[in-house]
Write a protein that binds this ligand. Structure first.
Ligand code: PEP
Length: 252
């Protein structure tokens, strides 16, 4: 059975002290009253990963990175490799967040390389896909997402593909306060699962976790997560407040 996952993407927020404080608060709330069936992943900035790891119960909360290099090592000033991320104790890495695709011009080819390197070293990629508002209004949202998946991750062997977590994040919903409706989310998640089924078979499709991301919060999470094909969330803004994040974890 596929896992329920709630992952908190802190983006470029918090300094070290406030990041540690947030991690301690989240850790405590989850220990006291978090839904034990939900896998929780905290994804702080690179600079905080080690401290956050040491502030939480690592049996209960896993840590991820927000990005990785598409190169494995060498003269790439400012880059962080999958090996570095793995060696610090993180287990997950976000790949292809729309902010990386848009602001940093990350291409499908780069994202494919990043995913490949992550899989090789044993990190779980959280692979993001999603359309802009313009693409949705033009009714191209299904083909856009299909192309992102085709170019990014559908070329892997089945046993590698099965280790990936997918996050559907409509660009128009990220950080805007305008979440996809539960129907829109379910429709796209069902579409993605169907594509996986055609490519890798029904069993693989049934076992892949597909998270929703985009203005998901403690008030709307239960309606979104109630859908058959929505297996949790990749949470930005609402992951910066421990109580709100707990509310999302407990929304199943
Ligand atoms: C995100 O950054 O992945 C995200 C979904 O952000 P927000 O929840 O703030 O929309």
């Amino acid at each position: 059975m596929r896992k329920k996952i709630v992952a908190g993407n802190w983006k470029m927020n918090t300094d070290l002290e406030s990041g540690k404080k947030l991690a301690v608060e989240v850790n405590q709330l989850i220990a006291e009253k978090g839904n034990p069936e939900v896998k929780v992943v905290l994804i702080p900035p690179f600079t905080h990963i080690f401290a956050v790891l040491n502030s939480v119960n690592s049996q209960r909360i896993e840590i991820g990175a927000q990005n990785c290099s598409s190169e494995s090592k060498g003269a790439f000033t400012g880059e962080v490799s999958v090996e570095m991320i793995k060696s610090i104790g993180a287990t997950h890495v976000i790949i292809g967040h729309s902010e990386r695709r848009n602001y940093f011009k990350e291409t499908d080819e780069m994202l494919n390389k990043k995913t490949k390197l992550s899989l090789e070293i044993g990190l779980t990629p959280i692979f993001c896909c999603g359309e802009t508002l313009e693409q949705r209004n033009a009714k191209n949202h299904f083909s856009v997402v299909e192309e992102q998946l085709n170019k990014g991750i559908f070329g892997f062997e089945k046993n590698d593909f099965e280790k990936i977590v997918i996050a559907y994040e409509p660009v128009w919903a990220i950080g805007t306060g305008l979440n996809a409706t539960p129907e829109q989310a379910q429709e796209m998640h069902f579409f993605i699962r169907n594509l996986i089924s055609k490519k890798f078979g029904n069993e693989t499709a049934e076992n892949i976790s597909i998270l929703y991301g985009g203005s998901c919060n403690a008030a709307n999470a239960s309606q979104l997560f109630a859908n058959q094909d929505v297996d949790g969330g990749l949470i930005g803004g609402a992951s910066l407040k421990a109580n709100d994040f707990l509310g999302i974890i407990n929304a199943f």
